[in-house]
Design a protein around this ligand. Structure first.
Ligand code: CP
Length: 316
């Protein structure tokens, strides 16, 4: 694998999930693959889980790891072409990415969307510039429209904990105070549509995701109907795709509670990519109770990253 930016870069989804679960059983079995190889993890935005889990995965594979919080520690990056750099930016992404490629065998990049210009965000212009200029394999650590390492960890978690062969998986919108990207729900939907699950997306009016990610899913604005008999409920806020980045008030009752679960889906396990705002996005009673698998899910981030990096190392 030379590029991991979406589910479309995976040739065999089930094999990748199996490799993640194999890594979980025997984390150091492939240390030889990463010997004398370096991965650089470049963050244009904050991270806890992606940074630590990918670093741990790389170390389990015997790799050296360089981490650059380029938004805070690097020179101010110019991302546009054909501009005279007489403002605040100091270094162009063309040179910066190329130089990072000189120091690295694999590069990981996190680049969030601006949520102002949909065409620009959905063209993945920043992530794609890293891919173009660094000249080494690139793994997405979350880009403007997708978070594939998260989605793989989510799928691994579902495979591990499911109690029937084709579980019902529901992605439900949740309230928030900020406009958040669509990357996690886009990506989760895209992966679930390719997995062997009965997949339902539910959101208030006005929060439909781009159809390119939800083809094959059942979509409804009736949360109650969606949650009925769910095996896994994935809770996440996102801002509108149309009008792009918009948020509307008045959907506070979309927060998941034990009362809703007891009535509609008493067996359901509750997932969230984290970080989560307690009692705004998801109730504390769920997060602190037996239905929540959010920490287990975050733990699986290591094994998802390890499966992807293993395939990248094998292709070097
Ligand atoms: N879920 C996730 O990507 O967490 P971080 O933003 O902390 O990396």
């Amino acid at each position: 694998m030379k590029l991991f930016s979406s589910v479309n870069d995976v040739t065999d989804l089930q094999a990748l999930v199996k490799q993640a679960l194999a890594a979980k059983k025997d984390p150091f079995a492939n240390q030889h693959l990463g010997k004398n190889k370096t991965i650089s993890l470049v963050f244009l935005n904050p991270s806890l889980r992606t940074r630590m889990s990918t670093q741990k995965a790389a170390m389990n594979l015997g790799m050296n790891v360089i981490i650059l919080n380029i938004d805070k520690e690097g020179w101010a990056l110019e991302l546009r072409d054909n501009v005279i750099m007489n403002g605040t930016t100091v270094e162009h992404i063309r040179e910066a990415a190329a130089v990072m490629g000189e120091y690295s065998d694999i590069i990981g990049v996190r680049s969030f969307p601006g949520l102002k210009d949909r065409d620009e965000d959905y063209s993945e212009s920043i992530f794609n510039k890293f891919v173009e200029f660094c000249k080494v394999p690139v793994v997405s650590l979350e880009s403007a429209t997708r978070h594939p390492l998260q989605s793989l960890a989510d799928l691994v978690t579902i495979e591990e904990l499911k109690t029937r062969s084709r579980p019902k998986v529901v992605l439900t919108w949740a309230p928030h105070i900020k406009a958040l990207p669509q990357a996690v729900p886009n990506s989760f939907a895209e992966w679930m549509c390719k997995a062997d699950v009965d997949f339902v997306v539910t959101h208030p009016e006005g929060y439909a995701l781009s159809e390119q990610f939800t083809e094959g899913a059942t979509i409804t604005t009736n949360q109650e109907e969606a949650l009925k008999d769910a095996d896994f409920i994935y809770v996440k806020n996102w801002s509108a795709y149309e009008p792009y980045g918009a948020v509307t008030n008045g959907n506070e009752d979309w927060m998941l509670t034990n009362a809703k679960l007891n009535e509609l889906a008493p067996q359901a396990k509750v997932m969230h990519c984290l970080p989560v705002r307690r009692d705004l996005e998801l109730s504390s009673e769920i997060l602190d109770g037996p239905r929540s698998i959010v920490v287990h899910e975050a733990g699986n981030r290591v094994w998802a990253a390890q499966a992807v990096l293993k395939q990248m190392l094998e292709a070097l």
